[in-house]
Write a new protein. Sequence first.
Length: 265
Amino acid sequence: MGEKTGAAPRAPSTVLALAELARASLETSSLALAAPLIAEAPRGDGHDVLVLPGFAFSRVSTFLLRAYLRSLGYRAHDWNLGRNLGLRTLASGRPSLADQVDLISAGGRNRISLVGHSLGGVIARQYASENPDRVRQVICLGSPFVGDTRAVNPLVLGLHNRIAGLPPPAHSLPLTLSVPFTAIYSRTDGIVAPSDCTYIGPGQAENIEVFGSHCGLVSHPAVFYAVADRLAQPPDQWRPFRPVGWRQALYGADSRPAHIETKAA
């Protein structure tokens, strides 16, 4: 994947940010009503999936997603690094993400899929860019592509600065992936500008738009279905997401492949 271009991102409004927890609670509650939908998701081969939480969250936030993936037969794993405090967590001296992947993948003999929420998705992309031979695919939920502070709501930015520190503005995050990549995002994200959570460029990549909050992306019925659909693809047979029938109403019109054809010279 190449560099993302376009106008500078504009941070979500404070109103959306303040409504995040309430909206996320409603989306989590809707899982019960959506049970028939997500139960119809395709089943894959049951490979290993490592799920990474977002900033300031721990394994608790990904419990429902991991339980759902296990119900479909996948071996879904917590990242086992506690609360995600960004660089502070990764440099804390505890077992590293690489250690967890080695443990899950039997020393790299089996490729695994990575699903990351927000900052967890940034970390997943970083790992996949450096270890493509160990990763089957990457799915990010509301994860920014460029460390531009203008893309983050100021309330959250201040918290992030105090706890974990931020990269300097316009700091490039890993975009070059040789494995299939899916970015799931919401236009009503109250934490990160949706324009910074999508990608257009070469490679096996796509953007899927859902309707919801940022925090709720990890417990959203439409996200659950899309993640299951993506994971069910056979290795090396990646195809863009194509919801059929009435399911199309669950996803935004801007859901699209990010692939740009490149011709050999």
